[in-house]
Design a binder for this molecule. Structure first.
Ligand code: GLC
Ligand code: CA
Length: 536
């Protein structure tokens, strides 16, 4: 273990979509007790922290991203006691727990909104973004909902519009109201005091809107939301102070952490919101859009390294609950070679890797054959042009049976057809499967100070086929070589690197150091190779 090990910097985070991880009571929906039952699996896998997608009471219009009470647990996931048990059992195993905070909006079922919508003079009216109709009943401005249509919803009873960046059942909070700010900070403190280790902040840079409610200018794009420049509805300057205030709260406890999801964020935008007086980290989603190519990943890594430089610790994401899984993006069949190369990359870069449940066994997206199967409202709305996000949210594949060992009842989303062959139990016994590779790499990483905290130094590489870099700290140098291609490739080393007396750390294809011949190492097709200059 690294001497100054800091979980969110040196560790690995595992995202759980609670509905789909493990169902302990047969209702077809994953729950907290289910997660607790699988903690030994997670410990053995080697992850350091869990990020739970929302577990608060919710009418499930957006499956938890519409929160009806920030300080309670949804009964379908369990009770507060179940949560406390999960937290304690995780901590016992040295695993931290992060909650998902959805603070741009609440559910329309939240008590605050229920009050707010009652009357114009209700004390909670100003907790949301209410506006009169313009002129002859027109919309207050041209702002759109990310999920389709105008962002303004008319309320018949009180004769005003309210704004919603997402579904109409997700009214946006008024972050300019100091009472909202205080209530949210108090709520964060409630969870911190309970021992929660950190938060993932959902679409945080959308909290503030321009008070002038100016129309967004247009731009070329497919439709509605994408046809606007989002100048007035996101990324307002007030955000910076709020983040500083949240950071102060986090820093009043030891080793607490927050990572932000930058809405519509380019890496440049995302980088601005991290730092010592802002969030510990923000996500860079570049990897989610890359094609499978050493060059594409190399560009993303360089950009992110350069943008953050000393400002903040990087992190990398290949999968989450909003996008098709990497296995689906990068493979057409059941072959896992490409996924192994990407795992080799994710777990050896300078930055916190975020894994998404099932990534470690190469789960593929399920296919939705008709609209009736769709659960995600965005999918219902845009069917058949966009089928929504159910594909990457299918139940975890634990066992080779029709329900994948996920539930004794009927799962809320079907299991993937490959569950009989692709599952945790099967991969436990297959030496060349993905799961043992994740376990080994996580172990190698945990035992290597350079892989956790060292500098990142790219080596000359072949953009079409190979990525190679050094990770280096005062104790150790690790050489990482990733062959993206189905052909053998040669990695040429500088004289000094060719001379070093390398120790074998890990390979997908061999169990000892390759020969260095004329200053080159020959990599096997899709090989992941890790060498070290010491045993540290
Ligand atoms: C974030 C979440 C997504 C959710 C949206 C609205 O993008 O990741 O799942 O639908 O915010 O809360
Ligand atoms: Ca359940």
């Amino acid at each position: 273990m690294k001497q100054d090990f800091l979980w969110w910097r040196d560790g690995v985070v595992y995202q759980i979509y609670p509905r789909s991880f493990m169902d302990s009571n047969g209702d077809g929906i994953g729950d907290l007790t289910g997660i607790t039952q699988k903690l030994d699996y997670l410990k053995n896998l080697g992850v350091d922290a869990l990020w739970l997608s929302p577990i608060y009471p919710t009418p499930d219009v957006d499956f938890g991203y519409d929160v009806a009470d920030y300080e309670e647990i949804d009964p379908k996931f369990g009770s507060m006691a179940d949560f406390e048990q999960l937290l304690a059992a995780s901590h016992q195993r040295g695993i931290r727990v992060m909650l998902d905070l959805v603070l741009n909006h609440t559910s329309d079922q939240h008590a605050w909104f229920q009050e707010s919508r009652k009357a114009k003079d209700n004390p909670y009216r100003d907790w949301y973004l209410w506006q009169d109709a313009k002129g002859g009943g027109g919309l207050p401005n041209n702002w759109q909902s990310r999920f389709g249509g105008s962002g303004w919803q008319w309320d018949q009873a009180t004769q005003q519009y309210y704004f919603h960046m997402f579904y109409k059942e997700q009214p946006d909070l008024n972050w300019r109201n100091p009472k909202v700010r205080q209530a949210i900070l108090d709520m964060m403190n409630f969870w911190l005091a309970k021992g929660v280790d950190g938060f993932r902040l959902d679409v945080f840079n959308a909290f503030f809107k321009s008070p002038g409610l100016e129309n967004n200018p247009g731009k070329l794009g497919l439709a509605g939301f994408d046809r606007q420049q989002h100048i007035y509805d996101i990324d307002q300057p007030e955000m910076i102070n709020l983040l500083a205030e949240m950071r102060e709260l986090l820093d009043s406890y030891p080793e607490r952490y927050a990572v932000g999801e930058t809405f519509m964020g380019t890496p440049e935008r995302a980088a601005i919101y991290s730092g010592s007086q802002a969030l510990h980290a923000t996500f860079d989603f570049s990897f989610l859009h890359n094609r499978y190519s050493a060059g594409a990943f190399n560009r993303s890594i360089h950009q992110w390294e350069n943008l953050l430089s000393e400002r903040a610790w990087p992190n990398y994401v290949l999968n989450n609950h909003d996008v098709p899984r990497s296995a689906t993006r990068y493979t057409r069949n059941e072959a896992d070679e490409r996924l192994k190369v990407l795992a080799g990359m994710m777990l050896t870069l300078r930055g916190t890797p975020y894994l998404y449940y099932g990534e470690e066994i190469g789960m593929r997206d399920i296919t939705l054959k008709n609209r009736a199967m769709v659960q995600d409202p965005v999918g219902k709305h845009y069917w058949p042009f966009y089928k929504g996000r159910d594909g990457c949210r299918s139940p975890m594949q634990w066992q080779p049976d029709t329900n994948g060992g996920f539930t004794s009842g009927t799962p809320w989303l079907p299991q993937h057809a490959n569950v009989l062959t692709r599952n945790v139990a099967a991969q436990e016994t297959q030496q060349d499967a993905l799961l043992p590779l994740y376990r080994s790499l996580l172990r190698v990483r945990k035992n290597s100070s350079a892989l956790q905290g060292g500098f990142y130094q790219p080596l000359t590489f072949d953009p079409r086929r190979m990525l190679a870099y050094l990770r280096q700290d005062s104790e150790q140098t690790v050489l990482v070589a990733l062959n993206f291609s189905r052909r053998k490739v040669k990695l040429f080393l500088s004289t000094s690197l060719a001379r070093t007396d390398w120790q074998f750390l890990y390979s997908t294809h061999r169990s000892e150091c390759p020969k260095i011949h004329q200053r080159a190492i020959q990599l096997e097709p899709f090989e992941v190779l890790l060498l070290s200059d010491s045993n540290a």
